[in-house]
Ligand binder design. Structure first.
Ligand code: PEP
Ligand code: MG
Length: 314
């Protein structure tokens, strides 16, 4: 079938004129890493919280180090971006998060947990460095839910002191996107989490299906924040990836690449269609598609404007 033919193409992601865009996989466990196969150039988001959920106590350094080493081995020398614990809100923990928060999505979640539980982050960083030593791999490490340059700086200091060489943060809070240059001054790379960026930009709970029209990455306000982040990345010559679900949509992928995003990370099954779409468009065409989307007034208009400029079968 056409789909099988698409899946057989495991060439690196690139536009038709050879502008490289790394295509990476989102995973939650080491077993997921084994299933990624040759269709991804690595792992762009390893959601480590899966190891912590439904536990009475935090996993030990040894246990975490084993899990991280297994994922790094499964990746076989390819790039791996590990995200530190993103607990709280929709991912509660028995031993660390605060069950009585009135607005958990705006409360102590993600990196903010370091305020009350710094040992969780330090244990995790120690485990990652052990996994690094055991495998010879050098994962990139990033923190979720960073809102300010000072948080980025504090995380980077902690991670570098632990022995992590390449440190980044996620951009998924509008404040971080608006001040992306100041954030990038503190770290080596950023990765845009469009799921939360859309949630916080549009003030729309990502779990409320009936608000899906608001919770839409095609909303021009969300695209503006992605554009601002990518612009800061180009100015500082530092990588700006996208690891939210939007990277799985081939049409949106063209927009993201046109905005200047340097890698796309999504569920592995989504990558063949994204690869195919990129291969049929030049970088300049992606930029025109992105400009058209940014010029729209509404989400449906942004999507339609992008669609009008692409090859028929994207
Ligand atoms: C995101 O917010 O886009 C993201 C990739 O992180 P998560 O979905 O795990 O919150
Ligand atoms: Mg997120």
């Amino acid at each position: 079938t056409a789909q099988a033919a698409l899946a057989e193409d495991t060439s690196p992601g690139a536009t038709s004129d050879g502008h490289a865009v790394a295509l990476l996989a989102n995973i939650g466990t080491a077993a997921d890493a084994e299933r990624v196969g040759a269709g991804a150039e690595g792992v762009g988001l390893f959601r480590t919280e899966v190891l912590f959920l439904e536990r009475v106590q935090a996993p030990t350094v040894e246990e975490q180090a084993d899990a991280y080493a297994a994922a790094l081995r499964a990746a076989g020398g390819r790039k791996v971006v590990v995200r530190t614990l993103d607990a709280g809100a929709d991912k509660p923990l028995a031993f660390a998060t605060f069950p009585d928060e009135e607005n958990p999505a705006l409360g102590v979640r993600g990196y903010r947990l370091v305020r009350s539980h710094p040992e969780l982050l330090d244990t995790q960083l120690a485990a990652l460095v052990r996994a690094q030593a055991a495998t010879g791999a050098t994962p990139w490490v990033m923190a979720p839910m960073i809102a300010t340059p000072d948080e980025a700086r504090a995380f980077a200091q902690r991670a570098r002191a632990a022995g992590v060489a390449t440190v980044g943060v996620m951009v998924e809070v509008p404040a971080a996107a608006l001040r992306a240059a100041d954030i990038l001054a503190e770290v080596d790379f950023v990765s845009i989490g469009t799921n939360d960026l859309a949630q916080y930009t549009m003030a729309t709970d990502r779990l409320r299906g009936e608000l899906a029209d608001l919770l839409d990455v095609w909303q021009p306000a969300v695209l503006d924040l992605v554009a601002a982040t990518a612009r800061a990345g180009r100015a500082t010559r530092k990588p700006v990836g996208v690891c939210g679900e939007s990277a799985a949509d081939p049409l949106m992928a063209l927009v993201l690449v046109g905005l200047g995003v340097t890698s796309l990370s999504a569920a592995p099954g989504a990558l063949p269609a994204v690869r195919h779409a990129l291969r049929r468009h030049t970088q300049q065409r992606c930029e025109e598609i992105a400009d058209a989307a940014l010029g729209a007034r509404t989400a449906p208009e942004a999507r339609a404007a992008a669609l009008a400029l692409v090859d028929a079968d994207v």
